[in-house]
Design a protein around this ligand. Structure first.
Ligand code: PHE
Length: 361
């Protein structure tokens, strides 16, 4: 049994130094397996004389128990180490932010457009669109501007050579014509879009945005026009009482025509809606001219209606106190950060048009 004394420290060292569960298993097989060192020694017991056999059996059993205990302990230690390793490497860092910090901003024109369309949609208007490049018929002629009529001068048109008479539309009014040509009354549409005029200063840029409104029915009058615009102003500026006045004006496509002013004051560049201080012109409107109805195949004896058109950019400047129109189109990130809106603040009638965006900015 000297062999036991010789083997024991060797085996214990091997167990101790086992670097993985697999290595440990190999050791177990080589010691306790069918042909393992201890198993082989057990097999020799039979050939010993009975007294020796008893003693040797006892020694071998103790040896076996000691090795099994050492194997079990090492196995537990290796398993624990493996678990700790996995816990350390397979962690999920729950402290990461769910969403990266918001960088982008919604441009005030997009925001204000959205606010306006929300209001008109609630009033029952449909959305209509037309092309930026228009032909002479839709941009002028059908709108009752005869060729060489001086009223065409009002529009500061970009006339270009070799365009077959096509122009960059100077207003969204051609969408009125397209709507009347393509659908049957009753018509209730608003048409937002880009418009182009040869103009550039603090309140004019060569490209700007308009929204056109058109209502055609059998009994439509100026009172309806006034009601729609008064309601719109209140909702848009989020003020209960917006003073508005209609001033007689001229557009070839409406008769009578009017320009609409809102009552306001301006102190230190700050714009405030109030009566008795001053007026600011904000839009053009009128009853659709009978010639325009005829040009679109509608009988003026049966149908009439009103139209209005206004600058979206101008309304954005007024509502959000933006002093210079040119900044709108400079693509300056600092400007956008300051005047832009948080993308998830979507204007709705129920949660408030600018309750979040406007106040938080
Ligand atoms: N198209 C006109 C403009 O751009 C506005 C307008 C629209 C006036 C509809 C009357 C009716 O100034």
């Amino acid at each position: 049994m000297n062999k036991v004394e010789e083997l024991k420290p060797q085996i214990l060292t091997r167990i101790n130094e086992a670097s993985s569960l697999q290595v440990l298993e190999d050791i177990r097989v080589s010691v306790l397996g069918k042909k393992g060192e201890i198993t082989e020694m057990m097999k020799t017991l039979g050939s010993l004389p009975p007294e020796e056999r008893k003693l040797a059996g006892q020694v071998l059993n103790e040896f076996k128990t000691e090795i099994t205990t050492a194997l079990d302990a090492k196995k537990t230690a290796l398993e624990e180490a493996e678990l700790n390793r996995r816990l350390a490497t397979e962690t999920i860092d729950v402290t990461l932010p769910i969403r990266p910090k918001q960088q982008g901003r919604v441009h005030p024109v997009s925001q204000v457009m959205e606010e306006m369309l929300t209001i008109f949609a609630q009033m029952g208007f449909d959305l209509a669109e037309g092309p930026d490049i228009e032909d002479d018929w839709h941009c002028f002629e059908a709108l009752n501007f005869p060729p060489s009529h001086p009223a065409r001068q009002m529009q500061a048109t970009f006339f270009m050579e070799n365009t077959d008479g096509n122009v960059l539309r100077t207003h969204t009014s051609p969408v009125q014509i397209r709507a009347m040509e393509n659908q049957k009354p009753p018509i209730r549409i608003v048409a937002p879009g880009r418009t182009y005029r040869c103009d550039y200063d603090m309140t004019h840029t060569p490209m700007f945005h308009q929204i056109e409104g058109l209502v055609i029915d059998t009994e439509t009058n100026m009172g309806h026009l006034k009601g729609v615009l008064a309601d719109f102003m209140k909702k848009f500026f989020e003020v209960d009482d917006v003073p508005i006045r209609f001033r007689p004006s001229f557009f070839p496509f409406t008769e009578p025509s009017a320009e609409v002013d809102i009552g306001c004051s301006r102190k230190n560049g700050e714009f405030k809606i109030e009566s008795g201080k001053g007026w600011m012109e904000v839009l053009g409107c009128g009853m659709v001219h009978p010639n325009v109805l005829k040009n679109c195949g509608l009988d003026p004896e049966v149908y009439q209606g009103f139209a209005f058109g206004f600058g979206v950019d101008r309304f954005a400047m007024l509502k959000y106190g933006i002093p210079d129109l040119r900044g709108f189109f400079d693509a300056d990130m600092r400007w956008l950060k300051h005047y832009g809106f948080v993308p998830l603040d979507i204007p709705t009638i129920t949660s408030g048009l600018s309750a979040n965006g406007g106040a938080k900015r």
